[in-house]
Design a protein around this ligand. Sequence first.
Ligand code: NAD
Length: 280
Amino acid sequence: MGILEGKVVVVTGAGGGIGRAEALLLAEEGARVVVNDLGGARDGVGVGDAAANKVVAEIRAAGGEAIANFDTVATLEGAQRIIASAVEAFGRLDVLINNAGILRDKSLLKLTEELWDSVIAVHLKGTFLCTQAAAKQLIAQGEGGRIVNTTSVSGMLGNFGQANYAAAKAGVYGLTRTAAIELQKHRITVNALAPIAKTRMTDDLPMFQGIDTLTPEHIAPAALFLASPLCADRTGHVLAVSGSRMYAYKVVESKGKFKDGNEVWTASEIAANWDAIAKV
Ligand code: NAD
């Protein structure tokens, strides 16, 4: 018996890349899956039903259960329809994997408002809208649940040319932490993945040339873990995966330094004491 037997899972952006590998593995582990994908290009332009339909066909051919959904994660109506499609088809929801994403890179000085808004809309607003719709359904069912978000090394550490994408993915981190705190009393865990894999989003990057060891199939088991009963006691974490390397991102607060007598610091004192203030 699979570890997700009887569970109902929504994977957004599951028509290709990492989302497809996650949907296939979760279905193999017994989940009934909503394969959501808007079906556009890497930069988010266009729509189509071929990508999601193909993954549904793959799951069914392997003996699993799945339906396709072609709504965008980036609008309230779209996000609500994605979650409603799970309830209509399978009667409930247990897991949401927020994976849908687009890339529209430009260095900070060349970034336009449109490039900023479109990337924030899919990654950050889309994760918020789907999370909220899913949380309402999970709370109404009263049996807990799992939400798995997708952040990035870019959001955790920053990356040249990705101010819009890094800001969105750092926002996903903050959203994950807060949702984990707020939903804990409902036994809903909220964690995030920070994957590195060769997909259409990354296959033109120099680091992926000639590399076939960083695959979406390396990422999928981490999503399965975060979506499963094995993760019941863990929430608010960022699990990073790059090929066979499994690691974690954490924000750390330094111990800090108090000024004698609770006095107000001056700017030059901050400069003079920087190492002691920032030491972890
Ligand atoms: P991908 O382009 O193969 O997959 C993203 C999918 O999301 C596509 O199928 C696309 O059609 C879908 N999508 C885009 N906008 C959508 C919308 N508005 N509504 C519904 N679906 C939409 O890329 P991928 O590499 O598999 O990326 C998956 C996730 O992993 C993304 O969130 C990405 O930012 C993140 N990520 C990937 C890497 C990597 O190395 N590949 C690194 C860090 C983070």
